[in-house]
Design a protein around this ligand. Structure first.
Ligand code: TEU
Ligand code: CA
Length: 557
C-alpha cells in the first residue's frame, strides 16, 4: 500500500463561468470563487480542480487557450488567481489546474504565425497536410461533428482539429512544441499549483501515416487515440515537469479501456496519478446521441468491478466521478430525479466515495442537482450540443420536440447552468442575467436550502468526506464484489488493515432483498456497525434483509 495525499483526497470541481459572479456581469469569476471558500471548507474537500481560466476566445469555454500564462479577462487577473491559491492553501485545500495541451486556440500567437506561410518557424507547431484532390487529407472526424480538417486558403493546406476548427491540434512530433509545453507546466508548478487535470491527453500522439479510419465510433480514433508515441511523450513530460513535484495529475482519456488505463497509471510507469475513465458513463449512450439506451445494473457492476480489480492488482489508481462539465446530472441518468431525488443522489454519492480511487464532486452534485428543462433549442450554448442538434435536424429522424427532449437529457449545458446559491432572482449567482439560463429547479434545489436542512444531500456529502478522513480503509481497502448477480443491488466489501467496509446500494425504486449467507467473508461477522445510511432509521446488521428504494448502507466491521 503506497500512501499518497491524492489517494486520501476528495476533489471538488469548479466550472468558474458558472460558480459565482462577483462583479455583476452575469459571468462567474475568480473573485466569486474566493467569496465561496468557506463553503468549500464547510463541505470538507481537500482539493479544487478549476476548469480552464487562461486567456481564451471561448469558442469551447476556455478549452481553446490563446495564452497559457495569462488569465481570461472575464475571470479576473493573475493576482486574483494567486490570491485564490494562497487562500485555499491556508485552509489546506490544494489547487489543480486544467491543462489543455493537445490543442490551442487558433488565436494563440503560435497558430497565428503558423498559418502565415509554409516556411514560418511556427509552421510545424501544428499538423498541416495537403488535401486529396478537393477533399481533406483523410476521413478523420472531429469530436464536435464534421471533418477534423480545415482548409486554410492562405497556404492552401489543411490543418488538423480534433475538436472545433478554432482548436487546432498541436504537433507533438515537433520537439520545439514539447519544450514549450514543459516550460509552461514548470511555470505553473513554480507558482505553487498542486497538480493538473490534463485534457484529452491520450490524443497527443497521432499515427503519422494519417490513414483513413475504419473502426466503429468516431472515425479515425484508432489512429489518434493512444497513438504510437503517447507513453513516450507522457513519460518524458512527467520527468521534465511534474514528476519532480509532489503533484497530483489526472489524465483525461477517452477511448481507454481498463488494460490501456493501466499503462497510464500503474505506479512504476511514472505517467499520471490517475486517469478519468469514460466507460461507466456510456451505458445510456450505446446507441448514439439521439437514442437513450437501456442498461442494466449488472453491466455497471461488471464494468466497475473489472476496472477495480485490474487497477488494484497492479497498484494503479483512478478518479471516481459521475458528473463533470461534460456530463448531464447523474440523478437524471442512473438515479431518480423525481420522488427519490435525494435518496438516489445520496446512494450514488455513497458508491463514488466507497470505491477504490479518488472521488470527484462536480459543483451542484453535492446538493443533488438534476437535469435542465430548457424550452427552446436556442437556449443551448454548448458547442457540442449545438453540433448534435444540427446533425439531428439534418438527419430528420426526430422532430423538433424530440430533439429538444434528447438535448435536455444529453447536453453538457446540464452541468453548466449557474450554481443555485439561494432562491432569489438569478439564484444568488449574480445580480445580472447570467450568461446561461438557470436550471428551473433552483427555487427548491439550492445551497441555502441544503445548508438549513439536517437531512440534505449536502449534509450527507459532508459525512462521507469526514468518514474518509476518519477511516483509512476508504482510501486504501481492497475492493471485493459480492452478490454479483443481484439485479437491483450493488454490494461490495473494502478490506483494510484495521477494519472492513460492507457497502449495500439499492439502484431501484423497489424494496430489494439481499442474502449474504453465501458470502464467505461475512460468515463469521456477527456485529457490524452502521456508519452511514440515507434513511433515518438505523438498521442492525443482519445477514439477510431488504433495502428500501435507493437505500444505501455502509457498515464497518
Ligand atoms: O473533453 C473531451 C471529451 O472527450 C469530450 O468531448 C466528451 O467526449 C464529450 O464532451 C462528452 O459529451 C475535454 C473537455 O472536458 C471538454 O470540455 C472539451 O470540450 C474537450 O476536451 C476539448 O478540449
Ligand atoms: Ca463576473
Amino acid at each position: 500500500m503506497n500512501k499518497k495525499w491524492w489517494k486520501e483526497a476528495v476533489v471538488y470541481q469548479i466550472y468558474p463561468r458558472s460558480f459565482k459572479d462577483s462583479n455583476g456581469d452575469g459571468i462567474g469569476d475568480i473573485r466569486g470563487i474566493i467569496e465561496k471558500i468557506d463553503y468549500l471548507d464547510e463541505l470538507g474537500v481537500d482539493a479544487v480542480w478549476l476548469n480552464p481560466v487562461y486567456q481564451s476566445p471561448n469558442d469551447d469555454n476556455g478549452y481553446d487557450i490563446s495564452d497559457y500564462k495569462a488569465i481570461m479577462d472575464e475571470f479576473g487577473t493573475m493576482e486574483d488567481l494567486e490570491e485564490l491559491m494562497d487562500l485555499l492553501h491556508e485552509r489546506d485545500i490544494k489547487l489543480i489546474m486544467d491543462l489543455v495541451i493537445n490543442h490551442s486556440s487558433d488565436e494563440h500567437q503560435w497558430f497565428e504565425e503558423s498559418r502565415k506561410s509554409k516556411t514560418n518557424p511556427y509552421r510545424d507547431y501544428y499538423v498541416w497536410k495537403d488535401g486529396k484532390e478537393d477533399n481533406p487529407p483523410n476521413n478523420w472526424q472531429s469530436f464536435f461533428g464534421g471533418p477534423a480538417w480545415e482548409y486554410d486558403e492562405q497556404t492552401e493546406q489543411y490543418y488538423l482539429h480534433l475538436f472545433s476548427r478554432k482548436q487546432p491540434d498541436l504537433n507533438w512530433e515537433n520537439p520545439a512544441v514539447r519544450e514549450e509545453i514543459y516550460d509552461l507546466i514548470n511555470w505553473w508548478l513554480e507558482k505553487g499549483i498542486d497538480g493538473f487535470r490534463l485534457d484529452v491527453i491520450n490524443l497527443i500522439s497521432k499515427d503519422q501515416r494519417f490513414l483513413d479510419g475504419k473502426a466503429p465510433g468516431l472515425t479515425g480514433h484508432e489512429y489518434f487515440a493512444n497513438g504510437p508515441r503517447v507513453h513516450e511523450f507522457i513519460q518524458t513530460m512527467a520527468a521534465k515537469t511534474y514528476g519532480n513535484y509532489d503533484a497530483m495529475t489526472v489524465g483525461e482519456t477517452p477511448f481507454v479501456d481498463k488494460d490501456e488505463a493501466l499503462k497510464f497509471v500503474a505506479s512504476d510507469r511514472k505517467e499520471f496519478s490517475m486517469i478519468i475513465p469514460f466507460e461507466h458513463l456510456e451505458l445510456d449512450r450505446k446507441n448514439g446521441w439521439e437514442k437513450i439506451s437501456d442498461w442494466k445494473l449488472t453491466e455497471l457492476k461488471k464494468l466497475m468491478t473489472d476496472w477495480q480489480y485490474k487497477l488494484q492488482e497492479n497498484d494503479g489508481w483512478i478518479s471516481l466521478y459521475f458528473c463533470n462539465h461534460d456530463q448531464p446530472r447523474i440523478v437524471s441518468r442512473y438515479g431518480d430525479d423525481g420522488k427519490y431525488r435525494k435518496e438516489s443522489a445520496k446512494m450514488l454519492a455513497t458508491m463514488l466515495h466507497t470505491l477504490r480511487g479518488t472521488p470527484f464532486i462536480y459543483q451542484g452534485e453535492e446538493i443533488g442537482m438534476k437535469n435542465i428543462n430548457f424550452d427552446s433549442l436556442t437556449d443551448f450554448d454548448d458547442i457540442e450540443t449545438r453540433g448534435y442538434i444540427k446533425s439531428a435536424q439534418k438527419s430528420g429522424e426526430l422532430n423538433s420536440a424530440e430533439i429538444l427532449e434528447i438535448a435536455n437529457y444529453r447536453s453538457r449545458d446540464n452541468a453548466r447552468t449557474p450554481m443555485p446559491w439561494n432562491d432569489s432572482d438569478y439564484a444568488g449567482f449574480s445580480e445580472a442575467k447570467p450568461w446561461l439560463k438557470l436550471n428551473s429547479s433552483y427555487s427548491e434545489i439550492n445551497v441555502e436550502q441544503d445548508l438549513k436542512s439536517s437531512d440534505s444531500v449536502f449534509k450527507y456529502y459532508q459525512k462521507l468526506i469526514a468518514l474518509r478522513k476518519e477511516y483509512p480503509v476508504f482510501a486504501y481497502g481492497e475492493y471485493k464484489l459480492i452478490l454479483p448477480d443481484s439485479e437491483n443491488i450493488y454490494a461490495y466489501l473494502r478490506e483494510g488493515k484495521d477494519n472492513n467496509l460492507l457497502v449495500l446500494l439499492n439502484f431501484s425504486d423497489q424494496l430489494s432483498n439481499f442474502d449474504l449467507t453465501k458470502e464467505d467473508e461475512l460468515n463469521s461477522v456477527v456485529q457490524a456497525e452502521l456508519i452511514l445510511t440515507n434513511y433515518s432509521t438505523p438498521v442492525e446488521f443482519s445477514i439477510q434483509g431488504e433495502l428500501k428504494p435507493y437505500e444505501a448502507r455502509v457498515y464497518i466491521y
